[in-house]
Design a protein around this ligand. Structure first.
Ligand code: FES
Ligand code: FES
Length: 151
């Protein structure tokens, strides 16, 4: 089947089989490799994207389910060559080690701060609970989101 998805504001099409994940289509067919593939089971959050503004694991969404919808990937956060404030805050805070989890955390942190511009530690913990970092950069990431929307 052919799907049409608006990705980061632009319309894209791809031919997918019915069981194909949105993550696979994004990375392998549509040219958006920023969302990382780690577990493919909804456990790690490295594939986090926004589907119609809602944070989802792209590995758990069928490409077919995204047909006709809006997807925002980590590649879509920067504007006019400038990093999104959340991206810049991750850089400034050094909240990155190997960086594999970082795109997912950046997208999830943006979603968190859109929902709670000044999140409590409990809100931040709850909203980022689906994202794991094997390198243990949690303290840096907590520092980023604790600064709030202007992070
Ligand atoms: S790759 Fe999707 S949650 Fe881990
Ligand atoms: S920075 Fe390495 S997994 Fe998070």
């Amino acid at each position: 089947m052919r799907i049409t998805v608006r990705i980061n504001g632009e319309k894209h099409q791809a031919d997918c089989w019915e069981g194909e994940s949105l993550l696979f289509a994004l990375r392998e067919k549509l040219g958006f490799p920023g969302s990382k593939n780690a577990c493919e089971q909804g456990e790690c959050g490295s594939c986090s994207v926004l589907l119609d503004g809602t944070l989802v694991c792209a590995c758990l969404v069928l490409a077919a389910q995204a047909d006709g919808h809006d997807v925002t990937t980590v590649e879509g956060l920067a504007e006019n060559g400038d990093l999104h404030p959340v991206q810049q805050a991750f850089v400034d805070a050094g909240a990155v080690q190997c960086g594999f989890c970082t795109p997912g955390f950046v997208v999830a942190s943006k979603a968190l701060l859109d929902k709670y511009p000044n999140p409590t530690p409990e809100q931040a913990h709850h909203e980022l609970a689906g994202n794991f970092c094997r390198c243990g950069t949690y303290a840096g990431i907590r520092g980023v989101v604790s600064k709030g929307k202007g992070a």
